[in-house]
Ligand binder design. Structure first.
Ligand code: NAD
Ligand code: MN
Length: 819
């Protein structure tokens, strides 16, 4: 036999990692308990659930099934621990977190073996990706614990955090959740997924080992219906951080609506993998392997839709089939295995069901010729061609090793096809033309964009979704804000104490005598005749209409609503908006989406111009505030001047809220770019009719959003007076649309609207709850005040980065370099 022949017939021999240390650890710890207050507790129910090895289908062990009594105990432990941990200096927390990272590394082999046994993923992945990346998160966030005081001086921890994670990256998802929470001084109760608890339990043991104060981390294994739901509904939990499916995310949004619990949701995806004809096809093939066959395709950001430029499609598909024929499936503990087992029989059935549906829908299915192992839950890598974009397999997250491919002709078509999904988690772009790749990246609606790479993650770089892939980010500095809230929020600021005390003898606003600087504030309403007689002229009736597409539009209802001053006198009328007006406004907003791609310089100029035009009418606007609120004139002037200053602030921020360049451990850079969210609905507060309006509109448009605004229901005239200011300030028509009328009726229509991407609501607590409930239709991002008024005059409460963060979503663009 020649060397060449030997070489060609060479087979991989098995190279198994020993299961024994993992199995021994399991035996030593049976029966597993719940981890509460750094101790192992028996579950209140006395029940245990089976934990299986998906590669054999056999039971590995049993873990405790917690119920709501255990949740109560864990939350109480976390609450008590928070009293101290929340005040523990950052350096002390950093030391604990550093110790956690070190201990994950010390136990890394055992953790990798346990993860592969429990989840079915190849040891190559657990050893080289899951476990090292989990350690990296604790190192990285130990740094933020250390820096919190200097870098986030105006923030405090949220409190007790409930964390719920999926089974696809058990320890890694735990690290993504626990590391930032502890860094910011929170305590946690974490629920692992039902099928994959073992590494979380090993992690609990590490908490004991390093001597973390009791109650800071609590881990409850069990069923979603027992543990998950109780955690979500628990009144003493201040935040829920969830990673999992969009359906469950939706139910959690509903369950927490109106409760004031902070919420972050990392949900599903159907991410595009876009290949242009100038891409290096051999790299592309390896990229596809990592995109969809990594972790058996059970990856939220899996590149599950292959979009190929038409002229190279056949060539790429042919190469892919050859590569698929050589993929190795089998024992996850075998170091030479590429594809392991699917996590559970249920998941396997679901994949098979969707694949069958794909065939029924007329797509062409291809699988390699080799057979999967006969025991355990395995599914072969699968490729669909001849897929049409509207079919189930092109739209639904399969969460398995199944790739669907479609073709496009032009870059514009590629973008359109890529964005043709309800999700927006990730995208990957392959081209050797950097100009093309960087032109396409900002057009993709996705939280992560990988250029000539895929499925890269690092603690330094935020991860999270657009659209129905959820909201909030994990990783990076942006991930910290999910675990803090402004310090002022605990300061009691009852409504009465705000600077809106009403004048004891209010001006009736109808043209009388109040003097400012020796000048009648209303002299423009008086007309002198030649014989010296001065008559008070009635003002010319001005009934503002809606402001839609840059023009005044009659209300669809044909009705007006009366506006009263605090004494009950009618001071004007505005249009009575309805569903149709809102729809028109949303449509006009969409038509103005070019606003986001204009230059930041241009947006800043327009904000300055709005400020300038407002200042020339300062007295008129002040009088309007007096008229609507009965507040003293000087107070009203202060409101107008603060509004002008606020416009200046956001004009300033427009070209300074720029994002960051991350340097993860690779050759390359990650551009973290805050992007506009899109069409936003804004419901303004009743306090401060002008300043409330400006404080919300200015940051949102500064960041490139297009708006539908409902002004203060009680005092809408300050906003409607702005029509002319906006029209004469070069603001393109449709960027700000204003619909007056009943606050909650109109807000409900906006919250239900699927073409609205985010909603802010500053109103009564019940309204806030309704908005959060309604937002689940398209999982729009919401920001509500739970009925607590802000002091809008205060620059800490009324303006700043909080507003800019709520106006943007961060996209991380990964750009590796080197040949
Ligand atoms: P899942 O939604 O079924 O479960 C996730 C977790 O929520 C589990 O711990 C489960 O027990 C718990 N849970 C289920 N119902 C609950 C309820 N009503 N109340 C409280 N908790 C409940 O998802 P899964 O099958 O475990 O994971 C797969 C999904 O997760 C996929 O859709 C995937 O895209 C998504 N995922 C997203 C990310 C991300 O970062 N965006 C990462 C990994 C996975
Ligand atoms: Mn398992």
């Amino acid at each position: 036999m020649s060397v060449m022949e030997i070489f060609e017939t060479m087979e991989y021999g098995p190279a198994p990692e020993a299961a024994a240390p993992g199995l021994a650890w399991i035996k030593e710890h049976e029966p597993f308990g719940l981890f509460i207050n750094n101790q192992w507790a028996k579950p209140a129910s006395g029940q245990y659930i089976e934990s299986i090895n998906p590669a054999t289908g056999k039971q590995l062990t049993k873990v405790a099934a917690a119920n709501s009594a255990d949740v109560d105990a864990a939350v109480a432990a976390a609450r008590t621990a928070f009293e101290t941990w929340g005040k523990t200096p950052g350096h002390v927390r950093a030391r604990y977190m550093y110790a956690i990272a070190r201990h994950i590394q010390k136990h890394s082999r055992l953790l990798a073996v346990l993860e592969s046994l429990d989840n079915g993923k190849p040891i190559r992945e657990t050893r080289d990706i899951d476990i090292p990346l989990a350690a990296r998160h604790f190192y990285y966030y130990a740094g933020w614990a250390q820096l919190m005081q200097s870098q986030l001086p105006d923030y405090q921890p949220v409190g007790v955090v409930g964390q719920i994670i999926p089974w696809n990256f058990p320890l890694l998802m735990l690290a993504w959740k626990i590391a930032p929470a502890l860094a910011m001084g929170n305590t946690v109760v974490l629920k692992p997924a039902r099928y994959t608890s073992l590494t979380a339990l090993k992690f609990a043991e590490i908490m004991q080992e390093i001597g973390l104060p009791p109650g800071v981390v609590n881990i409850l294994t069990g069923e979603a219906s027992q543990v998950g739901e109780a955690l979500v509904r628990h009144p003493d939990v201040n935040k829920i951080a969830f990673t999992g499916s969009t359906d469950v995310g939706r139910s959690i949004r509903r369950a927490t609506a109106g409760s004031g619990k902070k919420l972050s949701l990392e949900l599903g995806g159907k991410s595009p993998f876009i290949v242009f004809d100038d891409a290096d096809l051999d790299s592309v093939v390896e990229g596809v392997v990592d995109a969809i066959w990594f972790n058996q395709g059970q990856v939220c950001c899996a590149g599950s839709r292959l979009l190929v430029q038409e002229n190279i499609a056949n060539r790429l598909i042919e190469k892919l089939r050859v590569r698929m024929e050589h993929l190795r499936i089998g024992d996850p503990l075998d170091k030479a295995v590429d594809i392991g087992a699917i996590v559970s029989p249920g998941q396997l059935e679901e994949i098979q069901r969707l694949v069958n549906q794909g065939v029924e829908e007329g797509a062409v299915m291809w699988q390699p010729s080799w057979a999967c192992p006969s025991e355990g839950y395995f599914f072969p890598p699968t490729l669909f061609t001849n897929v049409s974009p509207a079919t189930t397999i092109a739209q639904v997250e399969i969460f398995g090793p199944v790739l669907v491919s479609m073709t496009f002709r032009t870059p514009a078509e590629a973008v359109e096809l890529a964005n043709n999904t309800r999700y927006g988690l990730a995208a990957s772009v392959w081209s050797d033309n950097i100009n093309l790749a960087l032109d396409v990246a900002p057009k993709l609606k996705a939280g992560s964009v990988w250029i000539n790479c895929t499925n890269l993650f690092d603690a330094s770089s935020g991860f999270g979704g657009y659209r129905e892939s959820g909201f909030g980010r994990e990783g990076g500095k942006e991930g910290l804000y999910e675990y803090v809230r402004p310090k002022w929020e605990t300061m009691a600021t009852p409504f009465e104490e705000l600077h809106i005390a009403r004048d004891s003898t209010p001006s009736n606003g109808s043209g009388s005598v109040q003097k400012e600087d020796g000048e009648s504030a209303f002299q423009d309403l008086a007309l002198g005749s030649s014989d010296g007689y001065v008559a008070a002229l009635p003002a010319i009736d001005r009934t503002p209409k809606m402001f839609i597409g840059g023009k005044q539009a009659r209300p669809d209802s044909g009705y007006s609503r009366d506006i009263y001053d605090p004494e009950g006198q009618m001071i004007g009328q505005v249009g009575e908006g309805n569903r149709k007006d809102i729809r028109n406004a949303v449509e006009a907003a969409h038509a103005a989406s070019g606003w986001a791609v204009g230059t930041t310089h241009n947006r800043a100029q327009i904000l300055y111009y709005i400020a300038e035009n407002l200042s020339t009418r300062e007295h008129e606007f002040a009088r309007r505030i007096v008229q609507q609120t009965g507040r003293p004139y000087a107070d009203a002037v202060a409101e107008v001047q603060t509004s002008i200053s606020r416009l200046f602030s956001y004009a300033a921020w427009t070209d300074k809220y720029e994002g960051a360049v991350h340097r993860p451990p690779m050759r390359g850079a990650v551009l973290a770019m805050p992007e506009a969210i899109g069409v936003m609905a804004v419901t303004c507060p009743d306090e401060y009719p002008l300043l409330g309006f400006i404080s919300l509109v200015a940051p949102a448009i500064a960041m490139g959003n297009i708006l539908v605004v409902i002004p203060s229901q009680q005092s809408p005239l300050s906003a409607t007076d702005c029509y002319q200011v906006l029209q004469t300030s070069d603001l393109p028509g449709g960027v700000v649309n204003i619909v007056t009328g009943d606050r909650d009726t109109l807000s409900q229509v906006l919250a239900d609207h699927d073409d609205v991407d985010a909603m802010w609501y500053f109103g009564p607590a019940e309204g806030c709850k309704q908005i959060e409930l309604a937002s689940t239709g398209n999982m729009k991002r919401t920001w509500v005040n739970y009925g607590h008024p802000r002091n809008w005059l205060d620059p800490i409460q009324g303006e700043g980065e909080e507003f800019l963060r709520e106006s943007t979503q961060v996209k991380n663009i990964w750009i590796p370099y080197g040949e």
